[in-house]
Design a protein around this ligand. Structure first.
Ligand SMILES: [Zn+2]
Length: 346
């Protein structure tokens, strides 16, 4: 399947056919990347929806138009890849609007609930986590009292079902194999169609940006280890066409998976090179990613740094003391890093 020539038949609301019986719906976003891609797979008279979009008045109005027009057959099933708002945001509303069954991993539901910091105790623990890792007190307060709720919170007040890794979903002409992959979030669904070489990948395998890996007080306890394992798993698949949550449908998914492994190997080199004895996580983040002006960027830089430092700790290359200060271990080989690494909210 040719990933570029397939994208031709443009219809209103940025709904295009990207593969036989598969539509891509692109919705705008205000924060970070300016759009998210959702996918619809023909499922009998209706459609299976993969991811739902951020819950905004504009997105709801768009869905109302589509459900009254080109998607009048309705939604049969909704697969929510993971708990971030551009994926989970409209799940409850769409479920109530269409009656579709929603598939969401319990780990992802739990992450969404934790991210919302539902109690004062949870907010305090969150603030303490970021201060403990060297973030200034006002940044830690902003994250705990505002940023996470504003950027990450989703409505999870609905019933859902789960899917298991390796399970097969029959959807119209397709037989999707369910993958459950960690790293970017704790248990992200991807759907692989071996015969067509298709992969609905959520944020797990993006072409132009590297998905954020965060070590947080909740979610994946070993994000980089799990992400690298998922890339090895993905690189072994037949991937002729990747349908990602951001940017364009693309070919070359195996090469991209290998490229992302290489990206993190180079990032680890920077951490080895720039870690000085006694640094806190925030010091390391500044040394690797540069000084960031925006609190969201500092949040991403710190949590991504902690994910990489933890990986080096698991390889016995660094250690962390009770005061959250990091130290290279004697056999660590230093090398010179290049430019500051890049950060993306995906
Ligand atoms: Zn995400």
């Amino acid at each position: 399947m040719n990933a570029t020539t397939a994208e031709t038949a443009v219809v209103p609301d940025d709904l295009i056919e990207v593969a036989p019986d598969i539509l891509r719906l692109r919705l705008p976003m205000d924060e970070g990347i300016d759009h998210v891609n959702l996918y619809l797979v023909r499922d009998g008279a209706g459609w299976l929806l993969f991811d739902t979009g951020v819950d905004t008045a504009h997105a709801r109005a768009c869905w109302e138009r589509l459900l009254a027009g080109p998607l009048a057959g309705g939604l049969t099933r909704i697969v929510v890849s993971h708990h971030h708002p551009d994926h989970l945001g409209l799940a409850r509303w769409l479920r109530e609007r269409t009656g579709a069954v929603v598939y969401l991993r319990p780990e992802e539901r739990h992450s969404a609930e934790q991210t919302a910091l539902p109690t004062p105790k949870a907010m305090d623990a969150c603030r303490h986590y970021f201060e403990h890792h060297g973030m200034p007190a006002d940044d830690a307060s902003t994250i705990a009292s505002d940023l996470l709720r504003r950027f990450m919170a989703c409505d999870t007040g609905f019933q859902s079902q789960s899917l298991e890794h390796g399970e097969v979903l029959h959807v119209g002409r397709y037989r999707f194999q369910v993958l459950v992959q960690g790293g970017h979030s704790v248990a992200q669904f991807c759907l692989h169609e071996p015969q067509a070489g298709l992969l609905l990948t959520g944020d797990q395998l993006l072409e132009r940006i590297t998905p954020n890996l965060s070590l947080l007080p909740w979610g994946d306890r070993h994000p980089l280890r799990h992400y690298l394992a998922s890339l090895e798993q993905t690189a072994a698949l037949d991937l002729r066409c990747v349908l990602p949550a951001h940017h364009e449908v693309y070919a070359g998914g195996v090469a991209r998976a290998r490229g992302l492994i290489h990206h993190h190997e180079r990032a680890l080199e920077k951490f080895r090179a720039r870690l000085l004895p006694g640094m806190k996580g925030m010091d390391v983040a500044t040394a690797v990613y540069g000084r960031r002006r925006d609190v969201l960027d500092r949040f991403l830089a710190l949590t991504e740094s902690l994910a990489h430092l933890q990986y080096l700790q698991e390889q016995a290359e660094v250690r962390c003391d009770a005061d959250a200060r990091w130290y290279p271990l004697p056999h660590t080989v230093s090398s010179t890093g290049a430019l500051p690494a890049s950060l993306h909210l995906a």
